[in-house]
Design a protein around this ligand. Structure first.
Ligand code: PNW
Length: 495
């Protein structure tokens, strides 16, 4: 799939949502302002060595103070929808108890400004910034955190339920468990390995309780949750490689999607409750976790190639380098992540494999017969950008052709796969959100992995749209032109 802006626009079904995504902790800064409380991420990021070059999230994109400018960038881009997250420690600083009116006020202004500009708000309730008191009480290892998230969702529903069009309860519990509790590369920095299993169940329960709270408040928007999905590709036909890929598939994909969409954990996990005595999900929990969704959020970035035995890349590709630390080659590891040969890689070292976008959707359809409508809630690529001075036009140009190509190929592949006759034709694909609107604090990689359509100079806070931004703008303009040509009664086939 190698579509021009016009060709891609022609593939967009009527009503398809094109959006951009961010999360609060990654863009807002202003961590100590207007009554925000600390989060587990504030503390983790301050630990020497936790973040590349010990970079700080304290200011980041300064979005808390520049929100109107950032909404104006979205308006000029022309996108239909903006996915952002509500900062729990800004709204409810203690993680339980009193609400901070200034925190609610910020999102009130954001949501109103979006609506004034014709941009549909998609709010993520939990995108990793756990309030510190809850993290100190065990975070997601503590079942109580799930109930606290349910309460926070009720607060958010009461405040914004009349205006938010789509809700995502939790974002990527797999990344929180794997990076935060199993490997220790994200907050809270715990390296519990298999003992991190309860953090999976508690996040999924938190999703269920948040969903229940949003439904009870009768919010007007649709409700879903978001999982990351990476197709697992055995490095060879060797049965041990296949077994390894299957284990990774259970650990990274099925462990999080099966409970939500099938109402049960994968058998191999249920058989493994000996990992942790506190992991014994009741049927009441499973009922909460598998309540019907209005949509399913899928984050797709890349497939994962898996080989048996120890080797390079025991942690997600690029992460070890990003950490400036060699965590790879763990002796005795049963399997490892291998690289794809002859493949372009992003700055993170992530393989660029647009065909697997279709594989991801097809596997989802095959595994989950009752899959609700799907939004791809994130997709994008980090590439090092160069700012070029166009002296004649007196402006700066950022020719991010590789990011542009990544997005064109992935959006195009997703659309083709879900058309009649496509590899994932039964998937009701409703939209694609680009990660991210602008370069931001990429967790433990700091500011070293830019995913933005808009470049941010972190010294001056100057925003500069990249070529990929102008390309997406062109796609949206071409779609508008095509649909204007399709007024009722007009001749068909005039695109
Ligand atoms: C997501 N993987 O994390 C998060 O939702 C964002 O906050 C983050 O900035 C973005 O993707 C880019 O990293 C991911 O290993 C973490 O496949 C890991 C993976 C994918 C996404």
């Amino acid at each position: 799939m190698n579509a021009s802006a016009k060709e891609l626009a022609a593939l967009l079904p009527p009503g398809f949502t094109l959006g951009v995504a961010t999360s609060a902790f990654q863009i807002e800064g202003a961590l100590d302002e207007d009554g925000r409380g600390p989060s587990g991420w504030d503390v983790f990021a301050a630990k020497p060595g936790a973040i590349v070059e010990d970079q700080s999230p304290a200011v980041s994109c300064d979005h808390y103070h520049r929100m109107p400018e950032d909404v104006a960038l979205m308006k000029d881009l022309g996108i239909d929808s903006y996915r952002f997250s509500l900062s729990w420690p800004r709204i409810q600083p203690g993680g339980s108890g009193p609400v901070n009116p200034a925190g609610l006020g910020f999102y009130d202004r954001l949501i109103d400004l979006l609506l004034e500009n014709g941009i549909s708000p998609m709010a993520t309730v939990y995108h990793w910034d756990t309030p510190l008191p809850l993290e100190e009480a065990g975070g997601w290892m503590n079942r109580d955190t799930a109930y606290r998230l349910g309460e926070f969702a009720a607060i958010a529903a009461a405040a914004f339920g009349d205006r938010v069009d789509r809700w995502v309860t939790v974002n990527e519990p797999a990344t929180v468990t794997t990076n935060g509790y199993a490997l220790g590369m994200h907050a809270p920095g715990e390296a519990l390995m298999l003992k991190a299993l309860p953090s999976v169940h508690h996040q999924l329960l938190g999703h269920g309780l948040a969903l229940q709270a949003l439904r009870a408040a009768n919010v007007r928007g649709e409700i879903g949750m978001t999982n990351v999905y990476s197709p697992m590709v055995p490095a060879s036909a060797n049965p041990l490689d296949k077994l390894s890929a299957g284990l990774m598939d259970v650990a990274q994909n099925r462990l999080y999607a099966d409970p939500v969409l099938l109402g049960k954990y994968p058998d191999i996990i249920r058989a493994a409750t000996f990992f942790s005595s506190s992991f014994s999900p009741s049927s009441e929990d499973m009922d909460l976790i598998s309540q019907p969704l209005d949509f399913y959020g899928l984050n797709y970035y890349m497939p994962t190639r898996v080989a048996s035995g120890p080797g390079e890349g025991a942690v997600p590709p690029g992460m070890a380098e990003a950490m400036g630390d060699d965590l790879s080659g763990t002796p005795g590891a049963p399997f490892h992540i291998a690289s794809f040969p002859d493949t372009e890689h992003t700055a993170y070292g992530w393989p660029v494999k647009p065909d697997y976008m279709a594989v991801a959707l097809a596997e989802m359809a095959e595994r989950y017969p009752d899959l609700p409508p799907v939004y791809i809630t994130e997709g994008g690529a980090s590439f090092e950008d160069v700012v070029v001075r166009d002296a004649a036009a007196d402006r700066r140009i950022i020719p991010d052709e590789r990011r542009l190509r990544y997005l064109a190929d992935h959006i195009g592949t997703a659309l083709e796969a879900t058309r009649p006759g496509g590899a994932a034709e039964s998937v009701d694909l409703r939209g694609y959100y680009v990660w991210s609107l602008m370069d931001n604090f990429e967790w433990s990689a700091g500011y070293k992995q830019p995913f933005g359509l808009v470049h941010v100079d972190f010294d001056t806070q100057v925003r500069t749209p990249k070529a990929s931004y102008y390309w997406l703008q062109e796609v949206i303009a071409a779609r508008r032109a095509a649909s204007a040509a399709h007024v009722p009664g007009a001749a068909v086939g005039q695109q």
